[in-house]
Design a binder for this molecule. Structure first.
Ligand code: 8YV
Length: 332
C-alpha cells in the first residue's frame, strides 16, 4: 500500500475528473477556479510530487528552479506546452506530459465552425435575430450574401494531429488541401487527403484562399505570420487561428484587415490572451472577424478525456514506467 502521490491541480476540472483524482491521489483541488497566484505555485513546487497546470499557468524556468526534490512530474492539462519551460524541467529532472489526440477532433470542428462563420456571415446573421424586434422583413435574393468555401484552396500551417483532422473535414466540405509543415506527412495520408505539400510557407500563402493555423507555439513559430508574410497572402483571403495567438503578428493582422487586404479572420486565440485588442472587437461588430474566447477544445467529453489522460500519465509515471504522453524539449 504505497503512499499516494501528492497532486496539485491549478484549476477546477469536471466533477468526475476531480472525483477520480481524489480517489487515486492525495489531490489538492481548486474549488474556486481562481487562477493560482505565483506564491501558491511556488509553494506547490516545494511540497507536491505532481503539478497539473493549464494554459493559464506560466510554469517558467524561475518557477521550476524553486521546485523541491519531491517534485517529479508536470502533467499538463492541455495539449500545447508553451506555458511550460520543458527544457528547464528536464534539467531539473522533472518529467513533463500533455494531453494530445483527445482534443484534436473538437479543435478541428471549431476550426471548421470559424472557417464557415466568417465567409458565411454567421454571427452577423444570427445577431439580426438576437432580441428580434420584428425588423427582419424576410428573405431577399441579395441579402446577407457571403462567400462559398467549397472549391477554395485551404492552406494548413502545421499538419500534425489537429491539422490533419482539419484537412479531413475541409476535404469533405469541398476545399482542396495545401499544407506547410516541417516535414511531409506520410504518402498514404497525403494521397487520402489529396494534399499538396509546400516546403515554402511563403509560396503556399500566395496561393491559398483560406489559411488555418494549426502548429504549436514555439520560439520558431512566434510571429510566423509576420507583416511580410501577411502581405504575401492573396487579396481577400481569410485566416483562421485555433492554435496560439502569438503565431500571428496580431497588430499586422489587424492592419491587413482594416486596409481590406484580407477579407476576414476567425480567431479563437489572441496574442495577449485574455486581453483582446479593441480594434478586433470593433472588426467583430462590423462582421469582419469572428472572435471566440479560447473554446477550441471546450467540450465536456473532451475535458473528461483530457482528465483521463492526465490521470493515466500520473499513474504510469508512479508505476515506474514512461508515461504515454511525455513531452521532450524542443530540438533547436
Ligand atoms: C485547452 C489548448 O483548453 O490544449 C490546448 O493546448 O489550447 C486548449 O484546448 C487548454 O490548453 C487547457 O490547458
Amino acid at each position: 500500500n504505497r503512499k499516494k502521490p501528492k497532486v496539485y491541480i491549478t484549476r477546477r476540472l469536471p466533477d468526475q475528473v476531480e472525483t477520480r483524482m481524489r480517489e487515486l491521489f492525495d489531490a489538492e483541488l481548486n474549488i474556486t477556479d481562481e487562477p493560482r497566484a505565483q506564491p501558491e505555485l511556488v509553494a506547490a513546487m516545494r511540497s507536491a510530487d505532481v503539478l497539473v497546470p493549464t494554459v493559464t499557468d506560466k510554469i517558467d524556468a524561475a518557477l521550476i528552479e524553486q521546485a523541491g526534490p519531491q517534485m517529479k512530474l508536470i502533467a499538463n492539462f492541455g495539449n500545447g506546452v508553451d506555458n511550460i519551460d520543458v527544457d528547464a524541467a528536464q534539467k531539473k529532472g522533472i518529467t513533463v506530459t500533455n494531453t494530445p489526440n483527445v482534443l484534436s477532433d473538437d479543435t478541428a470542428d471549431m476550426t471548421m465552425a470559424l472557417m464557415l462563420a466568417v465567409p458565411r456571415r454567421l454571427t452577423e446573421g444570427a445577431n439580426v435575430l438576437v432580441g428580434n424586434d420584428g425588423s427582419w422583413k424576410g428573405w431577399s435574393p441579395t441579402w446577407m450574401l457571403g462567400h462559398r468555401i467549397g472549391g477554395k484552396r485551404l492552406g494548413i500551417i502545421g499538419m500534425g494531429r489537429i491539422g490533419t483532422a482539419v484537412a479531413r473535414r475541409a476535404k469533405a466540405f469541398g476545399l482542396s488541401i495545401h499544407y506547410h509543415n516541417r516535414r511531409r506527412v506520410d504518402p498514404d495520408t497525403e494521397d487520402q487527403l489529396e494534399a499538396t505539400y509546400w516546403d515554402s510557407l511563403d509560396q503556399m500563402l500566395a496561393r491559398v484562399d483560406i489559411v488555418s493555423v494549426n502548429c504549436p507555439s514555439t520560439p520558431a513559430t512566434f510571429h510566423l505570420l509576420s507583416a511580410r508574410r501577411l502581405e504575401l497572402m492573396k487579396p481577400g483571403a481569410y485566416i483562421v487561428n485555433t492554435a496560439r495567438g502569438g503565431i500571428i503578428d496580431e497588430d499586422a493582422l489587424i492592419k491587413a484587415l482594416r486596409e481590406g487586404r484580407l477579407s476576414g479572420a476567425g480567431l479563437d486565440v489572441f496574442e495577449h490572451e485574455p486581453a483582446v485588442d479593441k480594434r478586433l472587437v470593433k472588426l467583430a461588430s462590423e462582421g469582419r472577424v469572428v472572435l471566440l474566447p479560447h473554446m477550441g477544445s471546450a467540450t465536456m467529453e473532451g475535458r473528461i478525456d483530457m482528465g483521463d489522460k492526465v490521470i493515466i500519465n500520473i499513474r504510469t509515471f508512479f508505476d515506474g514506467h514512461r508515461p504515454p504522453d511525455r513531452v521532450l524539449p524542443l530540438r533547436s
